[in-house]
Ligand binder design. Structure first.
Ligand SMILES: [Zn+2]
Length: 266
């Protein structure tokens, strides 16, 4: 189980940077909630904790204490920058006291590649800083500055839901690569879990093949999927995967009518 601590910066009485009608605290909360959702829906054995899930105040010390007490495997702090209205672009940070062979630096390489690609922001590079959340965390830590909120063209992007989603997807991809998270297999492209109809599970490959051909004779398509449960290899006969439970139940009935024991896996 990998424990990931997501820290949308600022919140409550602290808006963070502001500009062009946007507040940093709102932009980064939206991105962080989306990262959580992508990881929870798409990956196995992952636990997410967030420093805040609403517009609430929390000190930097509270944030790092929570992550340390929880024993997080990775700390991700999400921010937007501001400077003089002219500066623009994406950059990310690890603690200044770390060298490039550190775990934080290695993880950051994945994060940077995944986030900075294709987000239409100027890439300001990989940086180091002595920030509280990077210094006081006992696990690898990362902080992203996703554009300058006081820059006109960056702010225009921040206002787009599709752009914020891309930023979230980049973070999720980077985290998944850094921590080698395993993708859920029964997930469709929308990230929803599928209802699989299983028409038999066998330790004998021959029996599984026989079941598939028997179903074929009845006009029911099926295929074999091999899985390993507690070290034992199983040949599972799958006949359809549906995003809608009702459709899976209809398929189940069709198969059961032929005298075959089947069940729905979700
Ligand atoms: Zn900030």
């Amino acid at each position: 189980m990998k424990r990931i601590f997501l820290d949308p910066g600022h919140g409550g009485s602290d808006p963070g940077a502001v500009g062009h009608g946007l507040k940093e605290k709102d932009v980064v909360l939206d991105i962080a909630l989306q990262i959580r959702s992508i990881l929870e829906k798409g990956y196995e054995n992952v636990k997410i904790k967030m420093s805040r899930t609403t517009d609430s105040s929390k000190s930097l010390r509270q944030r790092t204490n929570e992550a340390n007490a929880w024993g997080a495997h990775y700390y991700i702090s999400i921010h937007c920058n501001a400077f003089n209205g002219k500066a623009n672009g994406y950059e990310d940070f690890i603690y200044s006291g770390l060298n490039d062979a550190s775990q934080s630096a290695k993880y950051r390489n994945f994060m940077h590649r995944e986030i900075a690609n294709g987000i239409a922001l100027n890439n300001r590079g990989k940086k180091k800083a002595n920030f509280h959340v990077l210094r006081e965390t006992r696990m690898p830590a990362f902080l992203s500055e996703n554009g300058f909120i006081d820059n006109h063209s960056d702010a225009t992007l921040m206002k787009q839901a599709t752009w914020r989603k891309k930023i979230a997807q980049g973070h999720a991809n980077g985290i998944a690569k850094a921590l080698q998270l395993k993708k859920k297999t029964n997930v469709n492209q929308k990230g929803d879990s599928l209802y699989k109809v299983i028409a038999g599970s066998f330790q004998s490959k021959k029996k599984a093949i026989d079941r598939v051909s028997f179903l074929k004779e009845l006009g029911i398509d099926a295929f074999i999927e091999t899985i390993t449960l507690s070290g034992v290899k199983w040949y599972r006969v799958q006949s359809g995967a549906f995003s809608n439970r009702k459709n899976a139940e209809d398929q189940l009935k069709r198969i059961e009518k032929k005298g075959i024991d089947a069940f729905i896996l979700h």
